[in-house]
Design a protein around this ligand. Structure first.
Ligand code: GTP
Length: 263
């Protein structure tokens, strides 16, 4: 009999397989500095022969000032593309990216929100139930960093602060010199610490750090989901995150489903 792990309709791309916990960008503003995932999570993944841990989806919401680079960040990761022409996000948009973490299928639903004030009302309706909040700013625009706390505060009104992982992300790293970047990062790390956020500098244009950032987000969100579930003794494992129903007849996605990577 096939386990639920085998029942996705399309394969998870090999470059979305995460075996080890990715490192943080800087230990100065890092949500978790351990080199490995929690032992309970690793055990649960290794013992999950029936695939109860599979098919989970977590919601990430990306917020920040207008034109700081939110859409480009998501597009660089999901499509490996960069568009130099600015097209404002109208309200919200989302992408779903699928991973395999520690041998377990896992998805991120990545919500891109509008930075323009006139769309804020629509966008804020989608902040709820986020497991990860990414507050983006433009490394070449100090004001956008100053506004980060307000974005976080607004997004947190719709969420439980104890359950949300926060990332502060400086975009457009390619637009500033190394010395400017150093200065901005010093300021940004101070803000990140105050926000209890993990800090990253990225360039969607150059592709720098984008994949590492999303792998880190996926891994920490996966670990947090699983720990929350494991800490609730009576909760069935299948209720970690949102469970997606799939047909028992849908095609197998794994060339080697029994292979489990170690995190
Ligand atoms: N040089 C450079 N430009 C970037 C980078 N990321 C985004 N941009 C440019 O910045 C502009 C705005 O980018 P978007 O990703 O659309 O910004 P946004 O935050 O989604 O904007 P809203 O949807 O209006 O909130 C576009 O012209 C992008 O090409 C980057 O890493 N480097």
């Amino acid at each position: 009999m096939n386990s639920p792990i085998r029942n996705f309709a399309t394969p998870i791309s090999r470059d979305r397989v995460i075996g080890n916990l990715p490192k943080c960008y800087t230990t100065e503003a890092c949500l978790q500095s351990k080199p490995h995932m929690d032992g309970r999570v690793r055990n649960a993944c290794q013992q999950d022969k029936m695939g109860y841990l599979s098919l989970k989806i977590s919601k990430i919401v990306v917020v920040g000032d207008v034109a700081v680079g939110k859409t480009c960040l998501i597009h660089r990761f999901c499509k490996d593309a960069f568009d130099a022409d600015y097209k404002a996000t109208i309200g919200v948009d989302f992408e779903v990216e699928r991973f395999e973490i520690c041998g377990v299928p896992y998805s991120l639903q990545i919500w891109d929100t509008a930075g323009q004030e006139r769309f804020k009302c629509i966008a804020s309706a989608y902040y709820r139930a986020a497991q990860v909040l990414v507050v983006a700013f433009d490394l070449s625009d100090i004001e956008s960093l100053d506004h980060s706390r307000q974005w976080l505060e607004d997004a947190m009104k719709e969420n439980d602060p104890h359950r949300v992982l926060v990332f502060l992300v400086g975009c457009k790293k390619d637009r500033i010199s190394a010395s400017e970047c150093k200065q901005m990062e010093t300021d940004a790390i101070t803000v990140a610490k105050a926000m209890k956020a993990e800090y990253w500098s990225v360039s969607s244009k150059a592709g720098e750090n984008v994949k590492d950032l999303f792998f880190r987000i996926a891994s920490l969100a996966f670990e947090a989901s699983l720990l929350q579930e494991l800490e609730r003794p009576n909760a069935p494992m299948a209720r970690i995150g949102e469970v997606v129903n799939v047909s028992a007849n849908s095609q197998s996605i794994y060339e080697n489903a029994s292979k489990k990577s170690c995190c």
